[in-house]
Structure formats: structure tokens, C-alpha cells
Design a protein around this ligand. Structure first.
Ligand code: DX5
Ligand code: ZN
Length: 219
């Protein structure tokens, strides 16, 4: 099994102390910064936008993994590339021309990700999986941090893993929502390559130690 990556979700950081929290991740055992962008249309919540991402990337020293929960994401692909995103993930449910969107993301030099909601079937990725660098399986309904993990995610990881193997694709599986020390190991064993964790990390007493403990759990 290859190393499971840990991606703290900045949505759960203390925005009044954003630089402190970014430095905490820089100096921790975490691998990526997970950045949730919400537009209040695709999801019933608004998070933050370009100026905040700009502030984050000025300090962040690890991979910037941007998760767009917005309608018509094509409008902003170049903007996110210019802001320093390394991975740009769009929602399957928000893209009328997903194949074109994936090409446009790659043309800007970023890894192309596709997120799918809990109700969206894995089979819908059959014809695009070879063009996808990362599939983000939503293990909660997108829009908010701190929700409970949906157990059906394990079955979806298995079906996605089967699809990736069958198609000979080189796609990472990322799990987003409700990840804790209670499910992290089982998710990794089921085939997850990247675990996003928001509240579990940032709302703990000692986030650095929480990340380190997760790392040990996954070793
Ligand atoms: C939910 C976001 C998640 C969220 C995860 O819409 O996509 O990335 O920040 O937060 P936790 O880990 O608290 O469920
Ligand atoms: Zn996310």
C-alpha cells in the first residue's frame, strides 16, 4: 500500500489566525492543503474566495488542493491556476461538458479532479476516468464541515477502485467529509489515497499532534 496522504481542510481553520494555522500545517506531517470554495448556489453555503486563497498560497508550502463547490467552474480555471492551485477539483454535478473542463484544467498545468456527491453513481465516471487525476468521493453532502461520515462511502471506494483497475487509470481516490481517527485506517485499507480532515484536525486541542497521530495510524 502506498502512503496515504493527509489533507487538512482550511475551512475549519481559525480565519482570524489564518497564517498561524497555515504555518501549523506547513510544519506538520500533513501532505496537502485542502481548500473548499463554495458559491452559495451549488451548495447552500458561501466559504471564501480568491483574496483569501491568495493569502493562503503566500504562506502555504505544500500542495494546494482546491475543491470547487461552484456552478460553471470553467469561468475560473485560469484564475485558480494563477493563484497557485496545484489540483483543481470540480463537481461532476456542476459540469455540463466535464471532458472539456478536465482538458482546460490540465492545459493550465494543474491536476484535474472530479468530486461526486454521495448520491452520484461511480459508473458515471466510466468514460472520463482515464482523464481524471483525482476523484474526490464526498462522504458528506457538500457545503459544511463537521458533518457525520456516510458509511456507504466504503462501497463506493471499492467500486471506484475496480473501475480504476479495469480501465488501467492512474487516479487518486480522495475522501472528503467526516474523516476521523475512527475511520481513517479503514478508509486507507479500502483504497483511499488522500484523506481530507477539517474539524477533526483544527478543532482538536493540539492539531499538530492530531495530524501526527493520524500519520502513525496510517503507517
Ligand atoms: C464539505 C467540504 C469538506 C469539509 C470537510 O463540503 O468539502 O472539505 O471541509 O470537513 P470535515 O472534515 O469537518 O467534515
Ligand atoms: Zn472539500
Amino acid at each position: 500500500m502506498t502512503k496515504t496522504l493527509i489533507a487538512p481542510s482550511v475551512l475549519a481553520a481559525d480565519f482570524a489566525n489564518l497564517q498561524r494555522d497555515i504555518e501549523m500545517v506547513n510544519n506538520s506531517a500533513a501532505d496537502w492543503f485542502h481548500i473548499d470554495i463554495m458559491d452559495g448556489v451549488f451548495v447552500p453555503n458561501i466559504s471564501f474566495g480568491m483574496p483569501v486563497l491568495d493569502a493562503i498560497t503566500k504562506h502555504a508550502k505544500k500542495t494546494i488542493d482546491v475543491h470547487l463547490m461552484i456552478v460553471d467552474p470553467d469561468r475560473y480555471i485560469k484564475t485558480f491556476a494563477d493563484l497557485g492551485a496545484n489540483n483543481l477539483t470540480v463537481h461532476y454535478e456542476a459540469c455540463t461538458h466535464l471532458h472539456r473542463t478536465l482538458q482546460a484544467i490540465k492545459a493550465e498545468g494543474m491536476k484535474a479532479g472530479v468530486a461526486i456527491n454521495p448520491h452520484t453513481n461511480i459508473d458515471l465516471l466510466e468514460d472520463t476516468i482515464n482523464n481524471i487525476d483525482l476523484v474526490c468521493l464526498m462522504s458528506v453532502n457538500p457545503g459544511f464541515g463537521g458533518q457525520s461520515f456516510i458509511e456507504n462511502t466504503y462501497a463506493k471506494i471499492k467500486r471506484l477502485k475496480d473501475l480504476i483497475n479495469r480501465k488501467g487509470a492512474n487516479t487518486l481516490i480522495e475522501i472528503d467529509g467526516g474523516v476521523t481517527d475512527k475511520n481513517a485506517k479503514q478508509l486507507a485499507e479500502a483504497g483511499a489515497d488522500v484523506l481530507v480532515a477539517g474539524n477533526f484536525v483544527f478543532r482538536s486541542d493540539n492539531p499538530t499532534k492530531t495530524i501526527e497521530d493520524l500519520r502513525q495510524l496510517l503507517a
